[in-house]
Design a binder for this molecule. Structure first.
Ligand code: PHE
Length: 474
């Protein structure tokens, strides 16, 4: 490891960068839709329990692995296992997975960028046409946005941990919060907005079933950027003097807080325009909500604020989502870069070139899988449906490997690296940890029920996606 490792300049730098990673499209669009159609306040309650009792210990496990090994996933599994080849290979999964997630996330971020630019150019009426989304994603215009996006992404990453990742998060995250507060303030002044607030918050426990519980956990896990090697790598940039427990807690609170407040933005906006909307109409995917439904909602706001005002709201919304997506994209693309630097002893610039070229190639292939190339559009057939190259990446890496990685991390820290080593690492910078209830809870939960739950989610996802069969209920 001849290359000097980067380090966050402060605890706040770590918190902002990790929260930047965690806060993404999932928080701003996925969570509000999921919560409001699955029991509102009741869903929220279950989600909070999962974040506190299941996800939080896994976050600590990943961050402590990174900080103890001072390495990205491959090196972390390798050195903490006492150089086991098998565990090193498991760490390899922690590089391939973020790489492919980076590819598909980059493509979604391009869509957001297009909607942002088109809103600014006064084309909100075009965006509100339901056919626009399909036409956009299958048009070569995509390349005109993809290339500059990757340019910005690798420019930030090229600046390194302090001047790139940390700085971008320090600028983008507070801006995101301010824009969100402004938008919520505006939306809540619209007539009928409070019908949306109550739809979002009034608990309906009768809607909670095994499917809802499965998706709450799935979402919490993904929302906190777990199982992707991100927190292992960011942990390796965290100073040993810093209090890991309190920083991690703040990241979890920030991520959950943004998701919660996004619900106060998106759902009331929908109700203000369409008071008769019901859960079924909201049950389309969050992607179609964001790109087909919301532009129509924004356009209808012209009755209140004129076309210019409506375009401004749309522009601010897509800028908000774009910033959230960009910081997530930065975090996930950093993992393969850190791998090339750590394990191949390359300087950052060279690592950027390798990873940049690879991301570009796969992002191009993924981009043409929305209709431009028949071969990649109907790439495979499984689970009873034809799948594009994009679907394949999403299914394999996002849905399948992530819970599996979470499961593996639990087993690794408890039974290979050993709990006492993890606890020693966590206790550095937190003198109270050794005698705390948290220490006991983390040790017990990570060694028992958390891996069981993650394995169940993994198995259910495999069965559901590849065999069109839900293991638990419907
Ligand atoms: N946590 C992000 C979200 O909620 C998802 C994500 C982060 C995906 C980082 C990939 C990489 O949208």
């Amino acid at each position: 490891m001849s290359v000097l490792r980067g380090q966050f300049s402060s605890k706040l730098g770590f918190i902002l960068a990790s929260a930047g990673s965690a806060v993404g499209i999932g928080n701003l669009v996925g969570f509000p839709v999921m919560a409001s159609k699955n029991g509102g306040g009741a869903f929220l309650f279950i989600y909070l329990l999962f974040i506190a009792f299941v996800c939080f210990p896994v976050m600590l496990a990943e961050i402590s692995m990174g900080r103890a090994s001072q390495s990205s996933p491959v090196g972390a599994f390798d050195s903490l296992s006492g150089n086991s080849k098998a565990w090193r290979a498991v760490g390899g999964l922690g590089i391939i997975t973020p790489f492919f997630i980076a590819v598909f996330y980059a493509v979604i971020t391009v869509w957001i960028l297009i909607y942002l630019v088109q809103s600014a150019m006064g084309n909100l009426d075009v965006l509100a046409n339901p056919d626009t989304f399909g036409a956009t994603v299958s048009s070569p215009v995509m390349f005109a946005y993809l290339v500059p996006l990757l340019g910005v992404l690798f420019f930030i990453l090229g600046k390194g941990v302090n001047d790139g990742i940390e700085r971008a998060a320090t600028i983008l995250m507070p801006t995101l919060i301010v824009m969100m507060v402004l938008l919520i303030g505006f939306v809540l002044t619209l007539d009928n907005a409070f019908a949306g607030v109550s739809f979002y918050l009034v608990p309906e426990f009768s809607k909670i079933d095994s499917g809802v519980i499965n998706s709450a956990l799935n979402h919490g896990f993904f929302s906190l950027s777990l199982g992707m090697g991100i927190l292992i790598t960011y942990g390796s940039y965290l100073n040993k003097k810093e209090n890991m427990v309190s920083s991690t807690r703040l990241v979890a609170i920030a991520d959950t807080g943004v998701a919660f407040f996004a619900g106060l933005l998106v759902i009331p906006a929908v109700f203000a325009i369409d008071p008769g909307v019901n859960a079924d109409e909201l049950s389309e995917s969050s992607i179609s909500l964001m790109f087909s439904y919301l532009p129509q909602v924004f356009l209808s706001m012209q009755d209140f604020v004129g076309y210019f005002g409506a375009s401004l709201v749309s522009f601010m919304f897509f800028t908000l989502v774009f910033f959230a997506a960009l910081t997530s994209l930065v975090s996930i693309t950093e993992i393969p870069i850190a791998y090339v630097m750590d394990e191949k002893d390359k300087p950052r610039r060279e690592a950027i070139v390798y990873v940049g070229v690879a991301v570009m190639v796969f992002a191009l292939v993924t981009t043409v899988s929305f209709g431009m190339s028949d071969f990649f559009t109907s790439f495979l057939h499984y689970g009873g449906i034809s799948k594009s190259f994009f679907d394949l990446i999403y299914d394999v890496f996002y849905e399948t490997i992530l819970p599996l990685m979470g499961f593996v991390v639990c087993l690794f820290v408890c039974y290979r690296w050993k709990k006492h080593s993890m606890n020693e690492e966590i206790a550095l910078g937190d003198s109270d940890y050794n005698d705390s209830f948290l220490r006991k809870y983390v040790g017990i939960s990570l060694g028992t029920f958390i891996p069981v739950i993650l394995l169940a989610v993994f198995m259910n996802n495999v069965s559901r996606i590849y065999f069109a069969h839900n293991l638990f209920g419907f």
